[in-house]
Design a protein around this ligand. Structure first.
Ligand SMILES: [Zn+2]
Length: 81
């Protein structure tokens, strides 16, 4: 999800303070992502800027590690027999 300086509602997000749903707006200010509740005035800094990339990298790494771990086992077994 890409945030802009323009405030936009995040659908399906519940405010952690007043528990109202669909009241959270997200926007970027000075390179920092904020979420703000229009219902109770709750405001919080979000550190999501690099999270999607990190998650993707982690998933890719895990998949590669699993593939690397699986292949040697399959190769070793036939040789051992
Ligand atoms: Zn709220």
């Amino acid at each position: 999800m890409a945030f802009t300086t323009k405030k936009q509602f995040i659908a399906g997000v519940t405010c952690p303070k007043c528990a109202e749903m669909d009241k959270i707006q997200a926007y970027t200010e000075g390179g920092v992502n904020y979420r703000e509740c229009v219902s109770c005035g709750f405001k919080d800094e979000m550190r999501l800027a690099s999270t999607p990339r990190e998650l993707q990298t982690r998933v890719n790494t895990d998949a590669a590690e699993i593939a690397n771990q699986t292949q040697p086992v399959r190769l070793v077994d036939p040789k051992a027999q």
